[in-house]
Write a protein that binds this ligand. Structure first.
Ligand SMILES: NC(=O)c1ccc[n+]([C@@H]2O[C@H](COP(=O)([O-])OP(=O)(O)OC[C@H]3O[C@@H](n4cnc5c(N)ncnc54)[C@H](O)[C@@H]3O)[C@@H](O)[C@H]2O)c1
Ligand SMILES: O=C(O)C(=O)C[C@]1(C(=O)O)C=C[C@@H](O)C=C1
Length: 363
């Protein structure tokens, strides 16, 4: 029996647990220092067993996944390395930054225990075990950052286990990872937050800003709703990379400002064409690149029973919803309903059906 121990059974750890649980010869144990969480992991059926005791969860594990916030990775690793672990045990993590934890693990190396950094390029603005999803990792790129000290056998064992996630494993140097992921993930989160806060400031004086915000604003700002503590950790951990990226960002904005200031229409068109050409090359709807969940947004007029009607309509056509969230509902503005599906087939069927029934649907 292979034992997989997961520390931090939230969105990422819980989704991983769901991929591994019930697979032949695998037992998944979860850890939390809060008893109420431990009970929840088991009652939700995300893990086979759970405990508040680190020792109990870790001691006979073949694989240990650290799925806690970035600022806790080093303390957790240190504590684990002081315990008696199973010889050959592989410890990995899913943290959004890689250079510091990999460097730290190298410094603290214990013979016979192997640390391999990891980062699945998928996720969501949501957090917690309640939103864990069996399909979260499917088709996503899953970065691993072994170095010259990593035995090939340990790397192969980990990649074999990760096949159950249905993600695509990619081997990347830890520092290179932080530069690239800083640009394609961390920078966009900062931009989304700055943009939302800029508009929120205008909205304080005139609520029409919020009312008129449509698909464009929503598309570029979803990630502004991400967990603040998680992002504090990531941005501070990747600080030097972020500072350079922010300087480059300021230069890009200054370039656009100059084009508008100078009335340079050709220049503006060139910028859009260049951006469109790059973006259009990204594989559509593939996880880990553009979207991580199959979400559809529906404008809903404010009248009683509308949500029930939509849910019933989908149910009658055997379209399974995985989640439903009302983003906005006030008497004077239309609400926005976010419908989440487990796969593309259900999402596409729902779009078709809802449009047939004259709902305004956006991706
Ligand atoms: N959310 C994403 O999109 C995403 C994507 C890839 C990687 N990651 C990384 O995955 C890790 C987990 O993120 P998540 O999105 O699953 O977050 P989450 O909040 O859903 O889960 C975090 C887990 O850590 C535990 N935890 C939080 N604070 C703790 C504390 N002080 N002490 C002990 N345990 C604590 C929580 O109980 C929870 O089980 C982070 O390192 C994050 O950088 C996140
Ligand atoms: O889709 C999202 O909501 C995410 O934020 C996922 C996302 C990303 O930026 O793409 C966020 C953090 C990660 O470490 C990896 C993926």
């Amino acid at each position: 029996m292979i034992k997989v121990a997961i520390f931090g059974v939230g969105l990422m750890g819980g989704s991983l647990a769901l991929c591994l649980k019930d697979k032949p010869g695998i037992r998944v144990a979860g850890h939390s220092n809060r008893p109420s969480q431990v009970e929840k992991y088991v009652s939700l059926g995300v893990v086979d067993e759970a405990s508040t005791s680190m020792q109990e969860v870790a001691e006979d594990a073949d694989f240990i996944f650290l799925c806690v916030p970035v600022s806790l990775l080093e303390p957790y690793l240190d504590e684990l390395l002081q315990m008696r672990l199973k010889p050959g045990c592989i410890i990995t993590d899913v943290g959004s930054t890689k250079a510091t934890i990999v460097k730290h693990a190298r410094k603290r190396a214990v013979p016979g225990i192997h640390f391999i950094g990891g980062h699945p390029m998928t996720g969501s603005e949501r957090s917690g075990v309640e939103v864990a999803d069996y399909n979260l990792y499917e088709n996503a790129f899953y970065v691993l950052t072994p170095d010259e000290s990593t035995p090939e056998e340990a790397y192969n064992k980990l990649t074999d286990l990760l096949q159950y996630t249905r993600a695509q494993i990619v081997r990347v140097d830890a520092e290179q990872h932080d530069e690239i992921v800083g640009a394609i993930s961390h920078l966009p989160h900062m931009i989304a937050v700055a943009l939302v806060n800029q508009i929120a400031g205008y909205n304080e004086k005139d609520g029409l800003y919020q009312s008129l915000a449509a698909g464009g604003f929503r598309d570029i700002t979803r990630i502004a709703s991400s967990h603040p503590d998680m992002w504090r950790d990531i941005l501070l951990n990747n600080r030097s990379v972020m500072l350079k990226l922010m300087r480059d960002w300021n230069a890009e904005i200054a370039k656009l400002t100059a084009l508008v200031e100078n009335g340079d229409g050709d220049g503006i068109v060139r910028e859009f064409e260049r951006a469109g050409a790059f973006r259009n090359q990204l594989p559509e709807r593939k996880k880990g690149v553009l979207t991580s969940v199959y979400d559809v947004y529906v404008d809903i007029p404010d009248h009683p029973g509308i949500i029930g009607q939509i849910a019933t309509l989908l149910g009658n056509h055997r379209i399974n919803l995985s989640n439903l969230h009302i983003s906005e509902s006030r008497a004077d503005v239309p609400g926005v309903l976010r419908l989440s599906f487990r796969n593309e087939v259900d999402m596409d069927a729902s779009i078709k059906l809802l449009k047939q029934h004259s709902y305004a649907v956006q991706l």
